[in-house]
Design a protein around this ligand. Structure first.
Ligand code: ATP
Length: 959
């Protein structure tokens, strides 16, 4: 990852002041020279005090970014929206009209519109800032750290704190966060594509170069912004911050990505659609009025403009963008609480429509608490007692008898090899034994201790080389100096099939014997048996080497002609919560799939225990390789366990699901998982065991590496989406209600007695300020409260939402239009009843009639908020579940009362005080939306019930 923000830093003068081709460049110097120049100790690293001194001298290891847009600019960007511009135009027109004909003390309408525009911009700005802060904070939770030596101790530090002279420890999958000169390597390869464009990993060593070399050829250096493809290494930091090679070209890399999610883009489209609708409706009505009524020039123009302003105000859901951002931000935080850390906001939406969750096994579906249970060698088998990493527990024959001489010798050697080709340590911390390093390797150390091999393993041979483990090779070896016999020894552990194919002999007692075909097949059968007991299997072997030098490509040719030592069966129990999560995923119509590097039998048995598969069928990576894409498409349709797969197979599996039109969430932890993570709809990295590279390629990181967390995140994703739909339903129906009220109010003005004393032009049923007020009051708190509605208990009992289904479905539009029509009809009727003449004769003034209509329309919104919680469920189900909603309704009522009774506001909004009987009438009319919608929902449920009985799908509209 590229370091972000803040000031620039420098490397020490000795090195950085040298010109690029000068001899003082670290890649041209020996390790000793570099260490001396940077005044550091390759074994101890810097002391904490020295590191602190250098940090204050050179500054933090961060790249200066292009300045983020100023607050002012970010505030201004809130006004870019088409709908906001429409409102500003409306305010200007209204202000001009007031100037020409000042009918009130102040241009209240223009002021109100502008105030609302500003208020919304302010809310939008704050929400956006909050959302981006939330995402940044979450990113920091998964921020990359660097491992360094400080005062002889291995320490994890924030990358910003790296200083020149630090000794950096690098492992497969690590991001390199500073430029550094390598001082030790074991099969180290780095991915430098970001810097040099070279897509293949480049091999690294420690040899100084004789002449000046281009970046890509500096084989003894690693650079900031690159990552470790495989192997390990140690390096001295030579440059940090802007002095790194990446820092120099940082200016070129500033790509601003469109961070808007598909949902936000869709909402932009809805916004534009509304804008266009306003213009169209206004034009139609104006044309009609001009045709019907004979009005003269200036008055007509005024009327037209006033009407245009009002209809624009009515149609615009002012608060929508701010609410969407708020709901997404709150959702992201809710997910974080459940250990799912979102890196890309769009994942929140995509998660809700996940069809397939393809998960690793080890550590995600299982506990990653490894215990060696059984060792099988040429002379028989032994079992181990004890659980966890405490090195206590007896070793005995399966029947309980003592282990006799030959078997014991074989077992000890098999375990010694496993404990040597090993980088894990076990430690007792406060009475609890834990592993530092790979749990599989930790289990081998524990078993070796249980067998009585303690110090001997550590002391006898000194390690000179390591051939690191990788998921592709499925092997790891170390080369040791043999203190007794002179030459060298290679110890190997790895997947039994791989190890067996590289072995020619087998240890029997203390003698190597040729490995016959019969024995090979017996070993394979024993391996299958171990796997059938859900044990993770590993084999060990060794050989003598004439020299400690690595021959061939990275010395891997040394891993042949091995003497096979034995099979080791390791227990890694399934996670209890994973079993429940699998069942939950299934009931939600999501298919859990296991994709593992482990043995197919082990995988299948565990998959069955977890409920991922009923049969024990598993497809292996080797089988996958021989398949065409068409074959694979058929296989993924019915297979849920993929075993012994390489990371590149994962990519093919993701692609096959993609071809089937399914939305896939895929987990990964290694460097080579990155392409599959990127290709999947939701790439999920492991927070604990995952490499930096995989985290950066992911959309979401599991803080606890747990499968159950993915399912929880899907549930949250579904809830968020359902809530967004709820307030969309609510806001849009309220806007449509307002537009219809204005439209039909003006159209039917004569019929309902809507006329102003002495003028013949258009008389608006409600003033633009009043509509704005309704929008402000109802779009604010109640809509926001809807966004925080608790999860629907049925959210995980429905099939996933199809990816191409919009936020507002056609079915929702029908509901929205239905509600809008009821609101308009009710409001117009109350208006009619309040004014003299019309269908229902009343006796009030125009101001009184408008106040009544205003109050009715406002109450309509408050009743409708309960409707909007579902298209299918009755509003009375869980009526009190969301307390915020009730608080919001209370607040809205209080605000509305203020507008009607406070004299200053009365003047601004042209309202008059109304009595308790008037309130009752308005409330009765407004409650119709609740009853009518209940009736409609009742029939919808009956219909849906019938559908469901017939076919168990097609219900996405229901939430
Ligand atoms: P998953 O992909 O579900 O996490 P996994 O962790 O079992 O599965 P890998 O780590 O790729 O997959 O391991 C594949 C095989 O390699 C294992 O079944 C085991 O036989 C062998 N193996 C695992 N860890 C090591 C190791 N540290 N050294 C040598 N061999 C190992």
């Amino acid at each position: 990852m590229m370091p972000r923000n803040a000031e620039r830093t420098a490397a020490p003068e000795k090195v950085s002041e040298a010109g690029s081709a000068r001899k003082e460049e670290p890649y041209r110097q020996s390790v000793g020279q570099v260490a001396a120049a940077l005044e550091t100790d390759t074994e101890q690293g810097l002391s904490a005090e020295e590191a602190a001194r250098r940090l204050s001298r050179f500054g933090r290891n961060e790249l200066t970014e292009e300045k983020p847009p100023s607050r002012w600019r970010r505030f201004l960007s809130q006004f870019k929206d088409v709908l906001v511009l429409l409102l500003i135009a409306a305010a200007l027109i209204s202000g001009l009209l007031w100037l020409v004909e000042p009918d009130t003390q102040l241009p209240y309408e223009a002021i109100a519109i502008l105030a609302i525009v500003f208020l919304n911009a302010a809310i939008g700005y704050l929400q956006e800032a909050r959302a981006s802060e939330a995402v940044t904070a979450l990113r920091q939770m998964t921020a990359v750290q660097s491992t360094v030596l400080r005062g002889g101790e291995q320490r994890e530090i924030a990358i910003a704190e790296l200083v020149p002279g630090d000794v950096l420890l690098l492992e497969e999958g690590d991001a390199v966060s500073a430029d550094a000169r390598l001082i030790e390597t074991a099969s180290l390869r780095a991915i430098e594509a970001a810097l040099t464009g070279e897509s293949q990993p480049v091999a690294k060593d420690t040899e100084p170069l004789a002449r000046a070399a281009a970046l890509g050829d500096r084989s003894n250096m690693v650079f900031s912004g690159t990552s470790v493809a495989r192997g390990r290494g140690r390096a001295i930091v030579t440059a940090t911050g802007m002095r790194t090679e990446m820092g120099r070209i940082a200016g070129l890399l500033k790509v601003t990505r469109d961070q808007r999610t598909p949902l936000q883009r869709e909402l932009d489209r809805v916004g534009r659609l509304l804008g266009a609708a306003v213009v169209a409706i206004a034009t139609v009505i104006i044309a009609m009025i001009l045709l019907i009524e004979e009005i003269d020039g200036l008055t007509a123009l005024f009327d037209v403009l006033i009407f245009g302003v009002a209809i624009a105000v009515a149609a615009v859901p002012e608060g929508l963008p701010a609410i969407i951002t708020a709901v997404l931000a709150v959702g992201v935080q809710r997910m974080a609480v459940r250990n799912a850390v979102i890196r890309h906001l769009s994942a929140v939406e995509t998660l809700g429509s996940a069809d397939v969750i393809a998960s690793d096994k080890t550590g995600t579906l299982t506990r990653n608490e490894m215990t060696v249970r059984r060792v099988v060698t040429a002379s028989g088998a032994v079992e181990f007692e004890g659980t966890g990493y405490a090195p206590q527990g007896a070793m005995h024959r399966p029947g309980g008898e003592a282990v006799e001489a030959a078997l014991k010798e074989e077992v000890l050697l098999a375990l010694a090899a496993g404990a040597r080709a090993n980088n894990a340590r076990i430690e007792e911390v406060e009475g609890r034994w834990t592993v530092k390093g790979d749990p599989t390797e930790g289990a081998l150390v524990v078993a070796a201790c249980k067998a009585g091999l303690g110090k001997e393993v550590a002391d006898r041979f000194e390690r000179v080389h390591e051939l690191p483990f990788s998921s592709e090779r499925k092997l790891m070896s170390t080369i040791h100096e043999d203190g007794d016999a002179g030459p060298f020894r290679l110890f190997t552990k790895g997947a039994p099939e791989v190890l067996l194919s590289r072995s020619t002999q087998e240890l029997v007692g203390s003698e190597p014997r040729p490995l016959t075909e019969e024995r090979r097949s017996q070993i394979q059968t024993a391996n299958e048996e171990l796997a059938g007991q859900a044990l993770r299997t590993l084999a060990t072997g060794y050989r003598s080497l004439p020299s400690g030098q690595l021959g061939g490509a990275d010395g891997r040719s040394a891993e042949r002609d091995l003497i096979f030592l034995g099979l080791i069966g390791i227990m890694d129990p399934p996670r209890e919560e994973a079993r429940r999560a699998v069942a939950r995923a299934r009931s939600a119509g999501i298919r859990p799939v296991m994709v593992t590097g482990d043995h197919p039998r082990t995988a299948a048995v565990i998959a069955r225990e977890l409920g991922i598969t009923e049969d024990e069928r598993a497809v292996t990576g080797t089988e996958l390789e021989t398949m065409s894409d068409e074959d694979l498409d058929r296989v993924v349709a019915e297979t849920s366990v993929f075993a012994r797969v390489d990371p590149e197979h994962k990519l093919r599996i993701v692609e096959a699901f993609g071809r089937a039109g399914l939305t896939v969430a895929m987990t990964g932890d290694g460097v080579n998982d990155a392409p599959a993570l990127k290709a999947s709809d939701i790439g999920i990295a492991m927070g604990i065991t995952g490499t930096d590279v995989s985290k950066e390629a992911s959309d979401m990181v599991l803080a606890d590496d747990n499968f159950a967390t993915i399912v929880a995140a899907v549930e949250e994703g579904r809830t968020i989406f359902a809530n967004i739909r709820k307030f969309m339903r609510y806001l849009l129906s309220s806007n449509i209600g307002e537009v219809m009220t204005m439209f039909f109010g003006v159209l039917l003005a004569e019929a309902i007695g809507l006329r102003a004393a002495g003028s013949g032009g258009i008389v608006l049923p409600l003033l633009a300020t009043q509509i704005l007020w309704i929008n402000l009051v109802t779009d604010g708190a109640p809509a926001l409260a809807l966004g925080g509605d608790p999860a629907d208990p049925d959210a995980m009992r429905r099939p996933p939402r199809p990816r191409d289904e919009g936020v507002v479905t056609p079915r929702m539009w029908i509901g929205i239009a239905f509600v809008g029509a009821i609101m308009a009809a009710g409001t117009i009727l109350v208006l009619d009843a309040s004014l003299p003449g019309g269908f229902i004769d009343g006796s009030g003034t125009l101001a009184y009639g408008r106040t009544m209509a205003f109050t009715t329309l406002m109450l309509f919104q408050l009743f409708n908020v309960f409707n909007a919680r579902s298209d299918e469920q009755s509003a009375f189900v869980g009526l009190f579940a969301n307390r915020w909603l009730w608080a919001a309704v209370g607040l809205s009522l209080a605000l509305h009362a203020a507008v009607i009774y406070a004299p200053f506001l009365q003047a601004a909004f042209s309202t008059v005080a109304i009595g308790i009987g008037d309130w009752a009438l308005c409330a009765a009319a407004a409650s119709s939306v609740l009853w009518l919608r209940e009736i409609e929902k009742f029939f919808t449920r009956r219909l849906a019930g019938r559908h469901r009985r017939r076919a168990d799908d097609g219900m996405a509209d229901a939430y």
